[in-house]
Structure formats: C-alpha cells, structure tokens
Design a protein around this ligand. Sequence first.
Ligand SMILES: Nc1ncnc2c1ncn2[C@@H]1O[C@H](COP(=O)(O)OP(=O)(O)O)[C@@H](O)[C@H]1O
Ligand SMILES: [Mg+2]
Length: 275
Amino acid sequence: MTLVQSTQPKLQVNGATKVYNTNSGDLLAIDRCSIDIAPGEIVSVVGPSGSGKTTLLWAISGLHGLTSGEILLDGKPVTGPRREIGMVFQDANLLPWRTIDANINFPFEIKGEKPDRDWITTLMHRVGLEGFGARMPRELSGGMQQRVALVRALSFKPSVLLMDEPFGALDSFTREEMNHLVEEIYLDTRTTIVLITHSIEEAIFLSDRVVVMSARPGRIAHVHDVPFARPRSMEIMTTREVFDLTNTIKREIVGDQQSKAAVRRRQAVPVSAPL
Ligand SMILES: Nc1ncnc2c1ncn2[C@@H]1O[C@H](COP(=O)(O)OP(=O)(O)O)[C@@H](O)[C@H]1O
Ligand SMILES: [Mg+2]
C-alpha cells in the first residue's frame, strides 16, 4: 500500500485531446497528449506558438474540459477548478483599485474564507515584498507584480502550481531573478510545478523534465531529462551539456515549425498552378 502511494503520479495526463469548434470549422488544438508528473516534479512545456500549451495547461487546471482523454490529480479526475491547483499567468491580473493585500485576499473573499495571514506574510517575505501590502499595484514594477501573483497563487497552499509564461513580459535580468525565486520557493514547499515558457534556458534551469510540443496539432513530441542537482546555479547554463540540450530543443521546435509550414505552403498551391 505504501509503495502504491509513493509511486502514484501527482498528475496524469491521459490522451488529452481538445477540439475547438470555431466559425471556420473544428480545430484540433492538442492531440492525445499523455504524461505522468511525479509529486514534487518540475516539468516545463515548450513549443511553437499555437501548439496548444495553454490549452493543455487549462485542461490540467480544470478551467476547461477536454474533448477526449482525462486529467487525474492524485488519481482522481479533474473536472473543474481545484483549490490544490494554483495558477500564474503572464499578466499578474491585479485589480488596480485594490491594495496588494486586498488583491491577495480577493480570492478568499470570493470563496468566503479567511486567509492564513501568517502564511501570506511568510510568502511576502519570501518574495521580497515585505511591507508592500498597503501599496497599489501601479506602484509596483512588472516583476514585483508577478511576485504578488505568485504569492496569491501560493496563498492557498496548492500542491500543484501551473504557470503560463509567467515571466515572458519581464526583462532578462528580472526573469533570472524570478527563476531563482521559484527555485527557492520550490525547495521550501516541494510543490509540483508545470511551467509553460518560450525560454528554453528558463525551462532547462528550472525543470526536471522539458516537454517539447509539436506545431499544431499539439502533440508531445519529445521529453528531455534535466539531471542537475538543486539548488542550481546559473553556471550550469554555461556547461556543454546544457548548451547541447538547448540546441537540440531549438532544432526540434524550429525544425517542426518549418516542416509543417512547408507542408501548408505545398497544400496551398493549386495542383494546376504553373510552377
Ligand atoms: N478558445 C478558443 N477557441 C478557438 N480556438 C482556440 C481557442 N483557444 C486556443 N485556440 C486555438 O488553439 C490552438 C492552440 O492554442 P494555445 O493553446 O493558445 O497554444 P499556445 O499556448 O501553445 O500558443 C491555436 O491554434 C489557437 O488559435
Ligand atoms: Mg499560450
């Protein structure tokens, strides 16, 4: 029994398939994606724009359903939003007329629950925002606002944190700082993390595994292990191993995009057209 519990994946994505019904017809966004994610694992998802990364993440979060396939959290199907799952998006989505504290409290107000103030204070300290609770969002930089979004997501003590290009709008130095911060928080909490990013470097620095999605329809094309001990230092990023892995992933993404674009171009040329 103990053995079964300790080997059960935290998340199971089984044959996840999503068709969007659009005005111009059905669009197969993701196609039979399957992956098991272990408790305390960090998995990044990279891939061309439009390859269904966000679709996959929203399905994992329970925010929208799949056409076929299923998502299991601790072995149970995810059929709607779950409090064990926290989310961070590219935009911090803070309400501009509320203070930082009031923004963090907002989801608790909606649920009619009392926030754990001690835990939130610990988190604010952890992300370097101690003393900023009474400020308004406009007084904070983009990086600071994303830290608030992280605190808000972690305030419910989720066991899974889903992030969709959370640092995509930040400059590269702030992004690096945020990567270290995520690692520190991870080492404290061992939260299972699924991170979508367009930065291969960020994916490698943070993850145990990097998933590469194919251009639409999104399929899991490759999965790479990143076997570095934590805490990691930026020095690993200059190693031969990381250099090679970065190039491999880049080739996988660009190569796939180019070959699918070529197929589309060929299909777009009428058979009778002069060459
Ligand atoms: N709500 C929606 N309705 C219709 N099509 C959608 C919707 N959301 C996404 N798509 C389409 O599904 C595909 C995958 O989108 P998305 O999951 O956002 O990809 P990514 O995050 O990798 O850029 C794209 O072609 C996109 O235009
Ligand atoms: Mg997206």
